[in-house]
Design a protein around this ligand. Sequence first.
Ligand SMILES: NC(=O)c1ccc[n+]([C@@H]2O[C@H](COP(=O)([O-])OP(=O)(O)OC[C@H]3O[C@@H](n4cnc5c(N)ncnc54)[C@H](O)[C@@H]3O)[C@@H](O)[C@H]2O)c1
Ligand SMILES: [Zn+2]
Ligand SMILES: [Zn+2]
Length: 373
Amino acid sequence: MKTIGALLWEPGTRSGWSVEEIEIDPPKSREVRVKLAASGICHSDDHVDTGDIPLDWAPIIGGHEGAGVIEELGPDVTGFEVGDHVVLSFLPSCGHCKMCTIGRSNMCEMGAGVLGGFAPDGTHRVHARGQGVGPFSYLGTFSPYVVVNIDSCVKIGKDIPLDKAALIGCGVPTGWGSSVYAADIQLGDTVVVIGTGGVGMNAVQGARHKGAKNIVTIDPVEYKRDQAKIFGATHTTENFEQCREVVDQLTEGQGADVVIITVDIAYGHLLNPAQEMTRRGGTLVLTAAAPVTQRDVPFDLFTFAMSGKRLQGTLYGTTTARRDIPLIADMYRRGEFKLDELVTKTYKLEDINTAFKDLREGKNIRGVIMYDD
Ligand SMILES: NC(=O)c1ccc[n+]([C@@H]2O[C@H](COP(=O)([O-])OP(=O)(O)OC[C@H]3O[C@@H](n4cnc5c(N)ncnc54)[C@H](O)[C@@H]3O)[C@@H](O)[C@H]2O)c1
Ligand SMILES: [Zn+2]
Ligand SMILES: [Zn+2]
């Protein structure tokens, strides 16, 4: 079928996204065609344009936060029907590799290939200007239609609004799981979240769910500080110095039990001030993506070891998509999870470069591309 998509022809050059005609093949074995309702704009898409996530292939169709309705089934599809509502998970789970079988599907072997430039079977479903187009995260949700493997699809109830559900494909579980699983926050903890955008706001929600006593955020943007309180922040600050003061007061100088880094781009120099705010025996979680060239990290190793701290990286908030996507949808249904409040502004696909400009200027918690007929 012919439709439109937002592509990068020269990733890493800050060229911006080209919205143009694309051709999508019918679904092959174990694939479905999904008509998307919306796609979130995650900062990781921007990293491909800036080169912080470098690709050695092109073109790419961006977008990895989508939800929609299954329109067509390819051969060998089981467990899904036409009309099912699905969230597209930015990491697939095959269900049978070692990590999937031990309940750590964010580390699924299939997921290791998501930025390889092809569908999981090594071919292209999307074509433009006579060339094969690689999808971001096996998805490429910057198009009203996608053909994806069923291992990337997670069914949700038909009562959940799909434009909000789209965010459960990446930013929501990544932030929420950073608190709930990666940091393993305990009742009564003092938690610091550094950077409260689309991912960080959900780390705040996760900290609230785990019963944190104090949730202190840092963000230089006033709007983000105001909004963080709605998601559960007890104290909001503008920078590390202010945060350190607040944390010292709250903990009698002991430091935060947990510090989570969810800034737009992680640089090495953030790590030590974050460690200094972490109490003895506490946990520092790094969720934000760093430029892959970032290798130098000034870090007080002596204090780190001798005060028994834990530094924990996390992909997808250490969540298990097939468990956590329906769980979050259910919490939303019961009014226990804020999704509506995450959407600051909606855009048409044609205005995607404005959406990325707004992201870089810190205007949105989440910008969302809406697909209507
Ligand atoms: N680990 C994963 O699996 C995973 C998944 C999704 C996204 N990410 C990464 O998480 C990061 C956050 O993504 P996002 O979509 O929420 O981005 P975003 O742009 O929506 O939010 C980033 C926030 O950080 C704030 N910020 C910038 N510098 C800061 C500083 N020095 N101190 C405090 N706050 C600061 C910004 O004002 C903004 O509110 C990105 O690096 C993204 O690539 C990681
Ligand atoms: Zn993402
Ligand atoms: Zn697997």
